[in-house]
Write a protein that binds this ligand. Structure first.
Ligand SMILES: [Zn+2]
Length: 107
C-alpha cells in the first residue's frame, strides 16, 4: 500500500485547479480597493472564508478594532488560519500598520 494511486494524484490536481479557477473568478467578481490581492489563507481557512458572502466579508475586513488608533479600521496584509473551528484573521491596521486581528466564530 505504499504506492500512490494515479487516481488520488489526479484528484489532488483537480482540486488545486478548481481552487485556482475559483480564486481567479473571485478577483474578477470583486475588484475592491484595499483587498487587491487574495490574502494568504490556509486551505481550510480559505474554504471557510469563501463560504461567507462577499458583502459580509468586506464588512468583516473594514470594521476591525485597532487598539492603537482606538477606532475601527481596515485590516490589511492579513493571513487566515482556522483555530478550533474559528477563522482567525491576523494582519495590520490600514492606518497605523499596527497588529490587528479578527476572529470569525464558527457556526
Ligand atoms: Zn491603527
Amino acid at each position: 500500500m505504499n504506492e500512490k494511486t494515479p487516481n488520488a494524484q489526479t484528484q489532488a490536481a483537480m482540486t488545486q485547479a478548481r481552487e485556482m479557477a475559483r480564486n481567479r473568478m473571485l478577483k474578477l467578481v470583486e475588484p475592491r480597493d484595499g483587498v487587491d490581492s487574495f490574502p494568504n489563507f490556509t486551505k481550510p481557512a480559505r474554504q471557510r472564508w469563501e463560504s461567507i458572502p462577499a458583502d459580509i466579508r468586506q464588512r468583516l475586513l473594514s470594521n476591525v478594532w485597532c487598539g492603537k488608533c482606538r477606532h475601527e479600521t481596515t485590516i490589511t496584509n492579513f493571513t487566515g488560519t482556522l483555530k478550533g473551528g474559528d477563522l482567525l484573521l491576523v494582519g495590520q491596521c490600514a492606518a497605523c500598520q499596527g497588529d490587528v486581528a479578527r476572529v470569525i466564530e464558527g457556526s
